[in-house]
Design a protein around this ligand. Structure first.
Ligand code: AMP
Length: 194
């Protein structure tokens, strides 16, 4: 299997690039943010709980998030791999994912981080907020909290994969197709060595 963690702060372009990658590599895209938003829309119990955190720009508790992610993986048996987008966002999530995948006889192949400067992130998120209507992309104080949470709780997840020699970083600024090519170069190299 080819299991990719697409990493980076909010607004780095993970969702956009994941959509392109799933077509090229025939993978399943799992975005925890998208799954939470679908639950909020469907007014499920999980959605109501998640909303109280998402509205403030805080992380949904690990236990709930891990359980949800694992259930989503179980929904897609016999696939050639997954792109995890927005997960793992904490060390406990990374550890749980590792144990879970190990139980399935597989592992994360590579984590690729999209590198984008903070001012550019804020600009992109506000623009996305206008187009999508996402409340957490429209309020500058929520955006700034999300970036703070990323720096404090999520950035360390890169070290977790780095110590396993699975961490790669690409420049997330520029033309969408150029960024896509940067990602593909890393994935192709990785596939050869798998
Ligand atoms: P995203 O669409 O990835 O920017 O996620 C939107 C929001 O969903 C985040 O600000 C968090 O509140 C929540 N969220 C998404 N993924 C996770 C995760 N792996 N752990 C905790 N909260 C998450």
């Amino acid at each position: 299997m080819l299991n990719i963690v697409l990493f980076g702060p909010p607004g780095a372009g993970k969702g956009t690039q994941a959509e392109k990658l799933i077509t090229k590599y025939n993978l399943v895209h799992l975005s925890t943010g998208d799954i939470f938003r679908a639950n909020i829309k469907g007014e499920t119990e999980l959605g109501v709980l998640a909303k109280s955190y998402i509205d403030k720009g805080n992380l949904v508790p690990d236990e709930v998030t891990i359980k949800m992610l694992e259930a989503e993986v179980e929904k897609s048996p016999n696939v050639s791999g997954f792109i995890f987008d927005g997960f793992p966002r904490t060390i406990p999530q990374a550890k749980a994912l590792s144990v879970f995948l190990q139980g399935k006889g597989t592992e994360i192949s590579v984590m690729i981080a999209l590198d984008v400067a903070e001012q550019e992130l804020v600009k992109r998120l506000l623009l996305r907020g206008k187009d999508s209507g996402r409340a957490d992309d429209q309020d500058e104080s929520i955006i700034s909290n999300r970036i703070k949470v990323y720096n404090k709780q999520t950035a360390v997840v890169a070290d977790f994969y780095n110590t396993q020699n699975k961490f790669q970083k690409v420049d997330g600024i520029g033309d969408l197709n150029e960024i896509f090519d940067r990602l593909c170069t890393i994935i192709d190299k990785h596939q050869v060595s798998l």
